[in-house]
Design a protein around this ligand. Structure first.
Ligand code: UDP
Length: 318
């Protein structure tokens, strides 16, 4: 297969490109390098014909030479501080960017996979979240630039499935972590690991009792690949690890794994920060035969090792 991955130089995208190339697919990675990084693609240097890079912004339209059998649309800022900083760009990535990716798939009769998000559930009133829960999103709050863009992207995808016979599918990705999270990304796992390794205070927002369910990147990518292969499956399908932890528990685990004695520092909770989040993954098991297998302690150890080896380095936020 030849697969186009938009956002292929990002955290998830680069791991997905590697997994696809490793199993013998050819991959065309499209990225505008807003949050993607060239260093994420170093492992693909020797892929030869198997990998190509197109530096382009999906929002401006997507034109890819040669055959296209599948399009996986990941391109978007995805870290709350970053999408809050770039609200209009985030809305356009979800709307025009998704439209361009859908049109590309449509022209080629290709399978299409939309990377949606657990944020479509907003601050959920139903727990754990099943795909048939419609969510609790503040449509005019600051986070809406991401939440509503992804909800619109889902609606657009389903309209193409219904009216244009697109073979499209939606995955809703819950919090994911692992090597290649950017140190300045602002998301909780990278932030805590970097702070702990530097001996700086761990910044807990609110009282730290809010929960998330963290999935190791290799598990998540296996789910994405399964969705690419699941011809005819539209979903939406939750992808995530249901093992739920509070932010405070995560901080304690990071301190234990790094051997750091960093103190905890409590800062205000961001507006509309969801109180709890945990995926119900029965659909992923049923439709994709998928379940995560890497426990948080193991995944975090690998992540800490990667950050240690990488060193502090420089990484400007977008
Ligand atoms: N968070 C925190 N300290 C940080 C960064 C994030 O306590 O330095 C909290 C944040 O308020 C949220 C959770 O950790 O409750 C996960 O945040 P993240 O930005 O990683 O992802 P989200 O699930 O909010 O999209």
């Amino acid at each position: 297969m030849r697969v186009v991955v938009t956002g292929g130089a990002g955290f998830l995208g680069s791991h997905l490109c590697e997994a696809l190339v490793a199993r013998g697919d050819r991959v065309a990675c499209v990225d505008n390098f807003a949050s993607g990084r060239a260093e994420n693609l170093l492992g693909l240097r020797d892929a030869g014909q198997g990998f190509s890079l197109i530096r382009a912004d999906a929002v401006a339209g997507l034109d890819v030479d040669g055959p296209v059998d599948a399009v996986v649309h990941l391109a978007s800022l995805a870290s709350p501080p970053e999408y809050l900083r770039w609200p209009l760009e985030t809305l356009l990535a979800g709307s025009r960017g998704t439209e361009a990716a859908l049109e590309l798939a449509g022209r080629h009769g290709a399978r299409f996979v939309l990377a949606s998000t657990s944020e479509v559930y907003g601050d959920p009133l139903v727990h754990p979240q099943r795909e048939d829960y419609w969510g609790n999103v503040n449509p005019v709050g600051p986070r809406s630039v991401y939440d509503e863009a992804k909800r619109f992207a889902e609606a657009l995808t389903m309209a193409h499935v219904r009216t244009r016979s697109l073979d499209g599918g939606i995955v809703r990705i819950f919090n994911t972590y692992g090597p290649r999270l950017r140190p300045a990304d602002g998301r909780v796992v990278s932030t805590f690991v970097v702070q702990a390794l530097a001996g700086e205070p761990l910044t807990l927002y609110g009282d730290g009792n809010q929960t998330r369910s963290f999935c190791y990147v290799d598990d998540l990518v296996a789910g994405l690949v399964a969705m690419v292969d699941a011809t005819g499956v539209a979903g939406p399908v939750n992808l995530g690890n249901p093992a739920e932890r509070s932010v405070r528990e995560l901080a304690a685990l990071v301190l234990a794994l790094t051997g750091s004695s960093s103190p905890l520092s409590y800062l205000p909770l961001p507006v509309d920060d969801p109180v709890r989040r945990r995926p119900d993954i029965a659909q992923a098991a049923l439709l994709l035969g998928w379940a995560p297998s890497v426990p948080l302690e193991e995944g975090l150890s690998r992540t800490v090792r990667w950050f240690r080896e990488r060193g502090p380095g420089h990484d400007a936020p977008p």
